[in-house]
Ligand binder design. Structure first.
Ligand code: AMP
Length: 222
């Protein structure tokens, strides 16, 4: 399997640690990290047409329409840094997106290799989202217990300001978890039926999750 394209989809609810773990895994495996949430936030920051379209959905914790999201991911997958593989974080989020992804990858002679799922209970997700702070400059995520927000980011010498993502406010959090169970959880079955799903206990501390995830993914992709 050494020459195969390493397509990894990281599944897990909002606040499950997907973003943090996807970044660490991408670095360890030296493949691209594609976070659709991050792509949308960048569009929003730059005030592009896509960003303006996505804004309302994001603020309410709803999903941006599939056609728009799929087109953005298709374009991203064709970039050179995805030649060896990539980790998709936050995509697909609906069965329609998963089917569109399968088609897009087939067009490129690629396929999904493994789908790790970070398993975290809803109550724990809510608690984590309530304590989550994000760096405005580099996007790193902290809990208010691991880094008091007033101290700023400090990751890799970044001095960005920490802020609460507007969609981490309580009302929106609950909606995001509801949207996840209604629209994204069906993907667990979708990938399980294809024999691609591996489960990781996402309630362990960050380091243990990272090690467990890397071990499971390496067993499949090397
Ligand atoms: P995230 O950072 O992954 O939690 O994403 C933040 C927000 O971006 C979501 O609540 C959605 O509004 C939007 N978004 C991110 N990924 C997708 C996707 N695959 N499909 C639709 N909307 C998305």
């Amino acid at each position: 399997m050494t020459n195969a394209w390493r397509g990894i989809i990281l599944l897990g609810g909002p606040g499950s640690g997907k973003g943090t773990q996807a970044a660490a895994l991408a670095e360890a495996l030296k493949i691209a990290h594609i976070s659709t949430g991050e792509l949308f936030r960048n569009h929003l920051k730059q005030g592009t047409k896509l960003g303006i379209l996505a804004k309302g959905y994001m603020e309410n914790g709803e999903l941006v329409p599939d056609e728009v999201t799929v087109a953005m991911v298709r374009e991203r997958l064709s970039e050179p840094d995805c030649a060896g593989g990539c980790i998709l974080d936050g995509f697909p989020r609906t069965i329609a997106q998963a089917e569109a992804l399968d088609m897009a990858l087939a067009d490129m002679n690629r396929q999904v290799m493994v789908v790790p799922l970070l398993v975290v209970r809803d109550g724990v997700l809510l608690e984590r989202l309530s304590n989550r702070w994000t760096c405005r400059a580099c996007g790193a995520v902290f809990s208010q217990f691991s880094r008091p927000p007033r101290e700023g980011c400090k990751k890799d010498e970044c001095d960005g300001e920490l802020y609460r993502r507007p969609d981490d406010e309580p009302e929106t959090q609950r909606n995001r978890i509801r949207v996840y169970s209604e629209q994204t959880e069906p993907l667990i079955n979708y990938y399980q039926q294809r024999g691609l799903l591996v489960r990781i206990d996402g309630e362990q501390d960050v380091e243990h999750v990272r090690e467990g995830l890397l071990a499971k993914v390496t067993a499949v992709t090397l």
